[in-house]
Write a protein that binds this ligand. Structure first.
Ligand code: ZN
Length: 284
């Protein structure tokens, strides 16, 4: 039986250390005791995950586990109590999302953190078996949070700048998670490319919209000839398109027959700088 241990809280220097790897060939009683203590402490504290530094031990061990009723995340699945030794992960897609996180080491405070949505997780179980899994959503977020602890990083260092923090009570009072969910439910995609490919724009716009995306396109004008638009107005339209890119998760380049004009090139550069995902109609 494990013991419920005191949780180290933010500011405790032990949380800032890089934890050392466990020797997989030698998972001894000491390691198994740490795992039992982590499990007991996690269950007692109604947590979803815990890392060994949080009970004062700088070893690369985490325990995760979540009953459906304890998870306040949208679309979260139940996770059985699982201990993981020397866990590592890598993202298998560039897709990210932003959700509130909490931490047993930071009482009452929640903060919005951007994480990868799909990762490949590698760890060793208590018997030293190597396990590799592809996971997504809440589970993937949890693993990224717990692995950060092993590198001395707390989620509050990663909270997004704008309006990122809230107390647990206010999240419930003002239904902030639900708001977040509505704001993030559909991906936003901006189409970029030469407006001479109006048909292609329309086709892609229809397809992406019907598969559950909010799609921004450049403006197409029916009643005004392009020649009638002065430079000032052109600049305004360019700025508007950049603002659409700012609001988007990704851009989709209509490079019909391989054509990418100068202004589209600029837009692609701009989107790259903003860290947006870039996709193309035709392979480049
Ligand atoms: Zn934590």
């Amino acid at each position: 039986m494990g013991k419920v241990l005191k949780i180290r809280e933010i500011g405790d220097p032990i949380l800032k250390n890089i934890s050392e790897k466990v020797d997989i060939q030698n998972i001894d009683a000491e390691i198994l005791d740490i795992i039992e203590d982590l499990k007991e402490t996690l269950i007692f504290g109604n947590g979803l995950g815990i890392a060994a530094p949080q009970i004062g031990i700088n070893k690369r061990i985490i325990v995760v586990g979540a009953k459906k009723e304890n998870i306040n995340y949208n679309e979260a699945e139940e996770i059985p109590i699982t201990s993981m030794i020397n866990p590592t992960w890598k993202n298998i897609s560039d897709e990210t999302d932003i959700q509130y996180e909490g931490c047993m080491s930071v009482p009452n405070i929640r903060g919005k953190v951007k994480r990868y949505k799909k990762i490949e997780l590698t760890y060793y179980d208590e018997k030293g078996n190597k396990i590799i899994k592809q996971i997504s959503g809440f589970f993937a977020r949890l693993i990224q949070h717990e692995c950060d602890h092993l590198d001395g990083i707390n989620f509050i260092e990663k909270v997004i700048k704008d309006n990122g923090f809230a107390t647990k009570e206010n999240i419930e009072k003002y239904k902030l998670r639900e708001q977040e969910y509505i704001e993030n439910k559909y991906k936003i995609i901006t189409l970029c490319g030469s407006t001479k490919f109006k048909n292609e724009f329309m086709k892609v716009q229809e397809k992406l919209t019907l598969s559950g995306n909010i799609v921004f396109t450049p403006n197409f004008f029916n009643n005004i000839k392009k020649e009638e638009i002065n430079n000032e107005t052109k600049n305004m339209l360019d700025e508007m398109h950049k603002q659409r890119i700012d609001m988007s998760d990704e851009i989709y380049v209509i490079n019909f027959e391989g054509y990418i004009g100068e202004s589209t090139k600029n837009e692609i550069e701009y989107a790259k700088k903003q860290g947006k995902i870039i996709k193309y109609l035709e392979n480049i």
